[in-house]
Design a protein around this ligand. Structure first.
Ligand SMILES: *Cc1c(COP(=O)(O)O)cnc(C)c1O
Length: 396
C-alpha cells in the first residue's frame, strides 16, 4: 500500500498509516526509535542547508528528531492542520503556545473550567508578565462574547472540560474571537480528533495532552499543537529554545498507541454512555456530567460539534467528598489515579487529579465541586464495569 500521496482518508486509516515515513531504514515496517542526539554531515554545504531549513534533515535532538516527526505528522493529519509541533508534556505544549504568542500588554479571554495547570498559567504566571487574563463562566457564551468584544489577542477554549464535562460552542466563539483579531486556541484532549476537529470549526490552533487518549496506555507523556503555519513556527521556535522537547522514546509509544485511537475511543464512549445512563438512575448519585446524555445542559451543542461524546464522565455522590473518598477504593476494575484516557478505567476526584494544583478555595472559585468523581471509561466489558459500580454503590 502506498501511503505517501495526499488524499482524504478516513480517520481510522490515518490513525494507522498517517505520518509513517516511507520507505524506512532497512525496510522496517515500524517507525524506528532514533536515540541519536545529533545528526552528522560530511560537508559544509549539506549541513548548512539543513541548518537553515533549505534541505530536509535533522541537526540536534532538541530541535527535531525523525521519530518525533512521525508522531507529529500523524496528529497533524488527524486534526487536519497546516503545521504541527510537539512538546515534552501537554502542559509544555500549552505553555509554549501561550508564551510564544503573548507579550506584556496582551489580553487573553478564557473560561473558568480549563485544565488545572492551564488555569494556573492564567491566574499565577501570565499576570506576572503583565498579560491581562479574563476568565468567563464556561457555559455563558454571551459573557465570553462580551469579554472578547472588550479586546482579545488570544481566546483559549477547552471542550469538553475537565472534570465537569461542560461544552463550549466552538463555531460561535471562534467567530467572536476572529471578529476581534484574536488567535483562537482549543484544548481537544477530551474529545480527540476522532470526535471533534476544532480547526474545521474555525480554530487557529488545537492542543493536546497526548499523554491521555492519543497515547492511550498511560506509559508516555507528551503534548502536541496543530494549526496555522505562521503560529506553529513561533511555537516551535519558543519550544526549541526553551527546551521542553518530546523524547523520541515517548514519541514512539504515543505513535504506536495512536494506531488504535479510533478503536479505543469507539469502545470508551460506548462504555461511558452506558455507565452515564446507569448512574443517572441511581438514588445515591446526585449528578452525572456526560455530554451524551439528553439531560446534559449543552447536549445540543455537543451533538452539533462532536461526532461522538467521548470516554469521560463525572458524577457526584450523596454526602459529597466523604462519600466519594469511601466509594472509589471499593472499585476493583479501575485505577484510582491522576491520568485519564487509558485502556483501563480510571477514577479520580478533582482535588487529587485535574485540579491538584489548586487550593480548595481556588477550586471553589472555579466552580469545581469537591464531591465529584471523574470517570475515564476504559475498554473493558461494560457489564463488568457496571457490576463493579453496582457493588461499590451498595457499600455506601
Ligand atoms: C492532562 C491534561 C493536560 C496536561 O497534560 P500533561 O500531559 O499532563 O502535561 C492539559 N489539558 C487537559 C484537558 C488534560 O486533561
Amino acid at each position: 500500500m502506498s501511503h505517501d500521496e495526499p488524499r482524504q482518508d478516513a480517520p481510522d486509516t490515518v490513525a494507522v498509516w498517517g505520518g509513517e515515513p516511507h520507505p524506512m531504514a532497512d525496510r522496517a515496517t515500524q517507525v524506528p526509535v532514533v536515540h541519536s542526539v545529533s545528526f552528522g554531515y560530511d560537508d559544509f554545504d549539506e549541513w548548512y542547508g539543513v541548518a537553515v531549513g533549505e534541505r530536509p534533515g535533522h541537526i540536534y535532538g532538541r530541535n527535531s528528531n525523525p521519530t518525533v516527526d512521525a508522531f507529529e505528522e500523524k496528529v497533524r493529519l488527524l486534526e487536519g492542520g497546516e503545521a504541527v509541533t510537539s512538546a515534552a508534556t501537554g502542559m509544555a505544549a500549552i505553555s509554549s503556545s501561550l508564551y510564544a504568542l503573548l507579550a506584556p500588554g496582551k489580553r487573553v479571554v478564557s473560561i473558568t473550567d480549563t485544565y488545572g495547570g492551564t488555569s494556573k498559567i492564567f491566574t499565577e504566571f501570565l499576570p506576572r508578565y503583565d498579560v491581562d487574563v479574563e476568565l468567563c463562566d464556561t457555559t455563558d457564551a454571551d459573557a465570553i462574547e462580551a469579554a472578547v468584544a472588550e479586546g482579545c489577542d488570544l481566546l483559549y477554549l477547552e471542550t469538553p472540560t475537565n472534570p465537569t464535562l461542560k461544552i463550549v460552542d466552538l463555531e460561535r466563539l471562534t467567530a467572536a474571537g476572529h471578529a476581534q483579531g484574536a488567535v483562537v486556541v482549543v484544548d481537544n484532549t477530551f474529545a480527540t480528533p476522532i470526535n471533534q476537529t476544532p480547526l474545521a470549526l474555525g480554530a487557529d490552533l488545537v492542543v493536546h495532552s497526548a499523554t491521555k487518549f492519543l497515547g492511550g496506555h498511560a506509559d508516555a507523556l507528551g503534548g502536541v499543537v496543530v494549526g496555522r503555519d505562521d503560529l506553529i513556527e513561533r511555537i516551535y521556535h519558543y519550544r526549541e529554545i526553551n527546551g521542553a522537547t518530546l523524547h523520541p522514546e515517548a514519541a514512539y509509544l504515543l505513535l504506536r498507541g495512536m494506531k488504535t485511537l479510533h478503536l479505543r475511543v469507539e469502545r470508551q464512549q460506548a462504555n461511558a454512555q452506558r455507565i452515564a445512563e446507569f448512574l443517572e438512575e441511581q438514588p445515591q448519585v446526585t449528578v452525572v456530567n456526560y455530554p451524551g446524555l439528553p439531560s446534559h445542559p449543552q447536549h445540543e451543542v455537543a451533538r452539533k460539534q462532536m461526532r461522538g461524546f467521548g470516554g469521560m464522565l463525572s458524577f457526584g455522590l450523596e454526602g459529597g467528598l466523604d462519600t466519594v473518598a469511601r466509594f472509589f477504593p471499593q472499585l476493583r476494575l479501575s485505577h484510582a489515579a491522576a491520568n485519564l484516557g487509558s485502556v483501563e478505567t480510571i477514577v479520580a476526584p478533582p482535588a487529587t487529579a485535574s485540579h491538584v494544583e489548586c487550593t480548595p478555595e481556588e477550586r471553589a472559585a472555579l466552580g469545581i465541586p469537591e464531591g465529584l468523581l471523574r470517570y475515564s471509561a476504559g475498554i473493558e466489558d461494560v457489564e463488568d464495569l457496571l457490576a463493579d459500580l453496582r457493588q461499590a454503590l451498595a457499600t455506601i
